[in-house]
Design a protein around this ligand. Sequence first.
Ligand code: UD1
Ligand code: UDP
Length: 380
Amino acid sequence: MKIVSVVGARPQFIKLEPVCRAIGAVQASGGAIEHVIVHTGQHYDLRMNDVFWDELKLPHVDHHLGVGSGRHGEQTAKMLERIEPVLMNATPDGVLVFGDTNSTLAAALAASKLHIPVAHVEAGLRSFDRRMPEEINRVITDQLSDLLFTPTATGSENLRAEGIPSSRIRQTGDVMWDILKRNLPRIAQRKAVLERFGLADASYALATIHRAANTDDPRRLRVIFDGLAKIHREFPVVVPLHPRTRNALDTLGILRRARDAMLVVEPQGYLDMLALERSARLIVTDSGGVQKEAFLLGVPCVTLREHTEWTETVNAGWNRLVPPLSARVIVEASMEMANRKPEPDTGHSCEVFGDGNAAAHIIEALIEIEAGSLDGGMDG
Ligand code: UD1
Ligand code: UDP
C-alpha cells in the first residue's frame, strides 16, 4: 500500500509524528506500506518548521512544494497546482490529510479530483463559525473524504449530523494525545526552558495567540495584549509569539510595548512548549492544540474565542471561553481560573481523546480497508 501524507503547518508536523511511528511499526514487522511525505511549505521559518522536523525526528520530505505565505485564494491555489502533479506521478492508494489548514483543504481537493481516496485525520471538528477559515477547510475536507478519523465522540456525532455515512467514520482518538502521552516522562524532566526564562513551577501564565479573528482585528488584538499586560503585573506571562501575531503587533505599532509589558519569546519547539504548558499556573490561548494540551496536562485554560471545537474541555470545567472584547473580562476570568484549587480527578478524563494509540488505529483501518480496496470500502 502506498500512502501520501500532506502537511504544511506547525500542528501538522506534530500530528504527522505518531502516524510515521505507527507506519514504522508496521514496516518493522514486515508490512508493505510505502509512505510518501509532501510538505506544502505553508510554514517555513526555522522556529515554525525546521525545529519540529529535527526534534521529532520526522522522516525526510519527499516533495517540498515551497508555497509559502499568501492570501487564502493565492496560497490554496498554489498548493493545488503543485500537489496535483505529485499525486499524478505517485499514484498512491490513499492520501492522508491532517487538521484544518489550507494545506489540508488543497490536498483533499487535489486528491479527490484525481479519484484518489482521501483519509482525514482529526475529522468532524466544528466550531459552527463559518467566519473561521479553518471551519470552511474542515467542512469541505470532511465532505471530500472517503475515510474520516475522528478524535472524539463529538467529532463523530458532528459528521453523522451532516449526513456522512457511519461506515466512513472511525473514532480512533486523537493523534495529539498519542504524542503527548508518550512524551509525558520527558517533559516532566525538562526544566531548562523554565530556567532560561526565569520561571518557577506553577507561578506563571503561558499565552499563545494567532487566530485570524484576533490578529486581524486591531481592537481585539489590543484588548488581548492589554489583558495579558495586566495579568503580568500579578504573575509572569510568557508569550511564544507566532509570526502572524508579531507582524500584526508591529503593524499596529504596539510590538515594542508588548515586549516591555510581558515576557515575549520566540515560538518554542514542541517539547519545550509542552514543558512550559505543564508547569504553567494558567494557559491563555486561541490555539486549538494548546487548549486541548492544557486539558490533557490538567492546567486551567482561558480560550480567547467565542467558540471551540474542543467542547469536552469546556464541559469538564478546565477551559473557559472568553471572547476578547474587554481586557477587564480577560483578567477577571484569568484570575478566577488561575486561582482554582487543583482538582485533578474532577471532570478530567483524558480518555475522551482516546487510548493514546490513535495513529495505530488509523493505520490498522487503512490496512484493513486496503485489503478490501480503499475505494470499494468507502461507498457507505
Ligand atoms: C495556519 C492555519 C491555522 C493554524 C496555524 C498553526 C490556515 C488557514 N491557517 O495559520 O489553522 O492554526 O497555521 O500555526 O491554514 N508566517 C511567517 N513564517 C512562517 C509562517 C507564517 O512569517 O513560517 C507569517 C506570514 O506573514 C504569514 C502569516 O504568518 O502570512 C500567516 O501564516 P499562514 O500559514 O497563512 O497562517 P497561520 O496564521 O500560520
Ligand atoms: N506549539 C509549539 N510551539 C509554540 C506554540 C505551539 O510547539 O510556540 C505547539 C503546541 O504545543 C501544539 C501545536 O503547536 O502542539 C499547536 O499548534 P498551533 O497553536 O500553531 O495551531 P492550532 O492547534 O491552533 O491549529
